[in-house]
Design a binder for this molecule. Sequence first.
Ligand code: ASP
Length: 407
Amino acid sequence: MKLKGNLLAQIFIAFGLAIILGILFGPSIDVIKPLGDLFLRLIKFIIAPLILASLVVGVASTGDPKRLGRMGAKTITYYLITSGIAVTIGLAIAFLISPGKGINITVPEAAVQINETGGFIATLLNIIPDNPFAALSSGNILQIIFFAIFIGLAIALVGEKAKPVYQFFEGFAEIMYKITGIVMWVAPIGILGLVAPVVGHYGMSVLMPLVKLILAVAIACFLHVVFVYSIAVKKFAKVGPIQFFKGMAPASVVAFSTCSSAGTLPVTIKNTQENLGVPKKISSFVLPLGATINMDGTAIYQGVAVVFIAQFYGLELSILQLLTIVLMAVLASIGAAGVPGAGVIMLAMVLTSVNMPLEGIALVAGIDRILDMFRTTVNILGDASASVVVAATEDGLWSDDINEQKN
Ligand code: ASP
């Protein structure tokens, strides 16, 4: 416990130090960037094996397809509702603060590339891997989830003969959890290396014209987190908001620094299990899924950015357009990958759906890294709150020991 407290303190100190170093040295602080990359690579290499092993164990020990279906339905409903609320809060705050009115900047040349995703059906079909080993080696999280669920189910169906495989994955998952714990020791150094260059590059002069936009995103994120997640964990899981946010503090700082919810996944899993008591079989299912399809922060960002761009160009948004934005922003947040800058690419889809100029993206792209920090933090907190809520309404929090005895 004492050790954990220390790590959190170290992480915050590193964060403060990063800001000071960034301000002092400006862009030349880039020399410490490799420290950030070192940490990023260390947590990223855990992701694929961790999801595979922990989810196989989670599904196999649940064993009951009905129960899995219920858990899945609960998780996805929670994700959809909170994402819908998120865009709405984003839109409301943007109308209140009007970040796009009266700003005077020239729109840089748009260099927007819209990725063809191949449509809805193709996206769904793509969840089934052609080759599960390719999915593992390319780190396609949804495909890994699909593969792991099937192995887990089949282990439960096969029974006795599959026991060694179950035990292998069980041991392997424990190893990956242990590696996550070890890697976290370099988190303070990594955060220093990730945050200082960002501060160094975005001097006040770059931020000033868009400071209202940053504020709008930050305030909307703050409100969403404080109201939606606090109420959800309190109401459904009887977990106090302070306990929740304190428990998730290390993952929040890692998400803020890395701007990648997929990259933060091992830490998110670790924090929910160790600090909030989410059983492994729940966290290993709810969190990887969330890191891929649930992005409330990204949804908030879409709402704020669209209003910002509309205000900049002096466009009025009709009710129908607003409803379209809510729907499209939820879809965009589902489609966005948990990597830095994914949200800004999805913004193209939302803008196109309401016939707004894509050049607007160039307007916000310059400071995207800063906005990304806020939205990624919200993204992982949303996933964590879902795991707490689903756990509390299934076996209950802190029930892992009982589960393990049962197996
Ligand atoms: N960076 C975000 C994430 O990893 C996605 C986004 O760009 O909105 O969660």
